[in-house]
Design a protein around this ligand. Structure first.
Ligand code: Z5A
Length: 217
């Protein structure tokens, strides 16, 4: 394990990742840990431009699955070297909203790209930099849809190319996350994201606490 800790959050849209990243970061900071929150795609100036191209650009409608895979991993290659490795070497705790399991689930299972090729691209992007712990927040599709609906009614509409995919795509993504969690049970921990926020928070804390470095290290 590196000097710092690298914890990733995964799951379908609306599963509560961003909420839990924020709450865990607040808790760790209150205990005196040096903590940094990141998101993918994005998290660096280059990565945020790639994120815009992937999600919101007016010119992205014709994007191929292959281009999507490479752009996700271009953003990742940048954040790994520009931010994650230096922060881990300095002993920080990194909480990242999505990382490479999302590529396996969305581009591999969702877009149905060859899983071996997807794996090779991920490995090129991340090298030795892998999460110490991955928290997979699972919610049923109807819970995810309901949360996104209620959030959308409170915010101005912003088009998102990835969210335009059909329900079959999102079913394949959810199946992909299930396969990932079953394949790597040591690293990937299943959490029932449909519980109230506080209960999810408690489940996460039980998994994170044993991994923490001493404060001030
Ligand atoms: N993507 C990809 O294809 N390949 C990749 O390699 C990577 C990503 C890295 C990123 O979108 C998109 O990129 C995503 C996958 C793809 N696409 N899709 N579709 P994003 O970053 O904009 O969003 P997201 O990652 O999909 O997550 P999200 O929609 O922002 O949701 P969330 O972070 O999981 O949930 P939340 O914002 O914390 O909560 C959603 C709502 O539910 C909100 O109103 C909360 O107040 C509420 N909430 C949260 N927890 C609870 C509980 N426990 N009970 C009740 N209500 C709750």
């Amino acid at each position: 394990m590196s000097k710092g800790r690298f914890i990733t959050f995964e799951g379908s849209e609306g599963c509560g990742k961003s909420t839990q990243v924020r709450l865990l970061a607040e808790r760790l900071a209150a205990l005196g840990h040096r903590v940094r929150t990141l998101r993918e795609p994005g998290g660096t100036p280059i990565g945020e431009e790639i994120r815009h191209t992937l999600k919101h650009s007016h010119n992205n409608a014709a994007m191929t699955a292959e281009a999507e895979l490479l752009l996700m991993n271009a953003s990742r290659a940048q954040i790994v070297r520009e931010v994650i490795r230096p922060a881990l070497a300095a002993g920080e705790i990194i909480l990242c909203d999505r990382f490479y399991d999302s590529t396996t689930a969305y581009q591999g299972y969702g877009r149905q790209l060859d899983l071996e090729k997807v794996k090779a691209v991920i490995e090129f992007a991340v090298g030795e930099t892998k999460p110490d712990l991955t928290l997979f927040l699972h919610v049923p599709a109807e819970v995810s849809a309901e949360r996104l609906r209620s959030r959308q009614t409170n915010l101005p509409f912003v088009r998102d190319r990835i969210e335009e995919a059909d329900q079959k795509f999102f079913k394949r993504v959810a199946h992909g996350f299930g396969v990932i969690a079953a394949t790597e049970p040591q690293r990937v921990k299943f959490i029932n994201g449909a519980q109230p926020v506080e209960a999810v928070c408690t489940n996460i804390w039980e998994l994170v606490r044993p991994l923490l470095p001493p404060v001030g290290r």
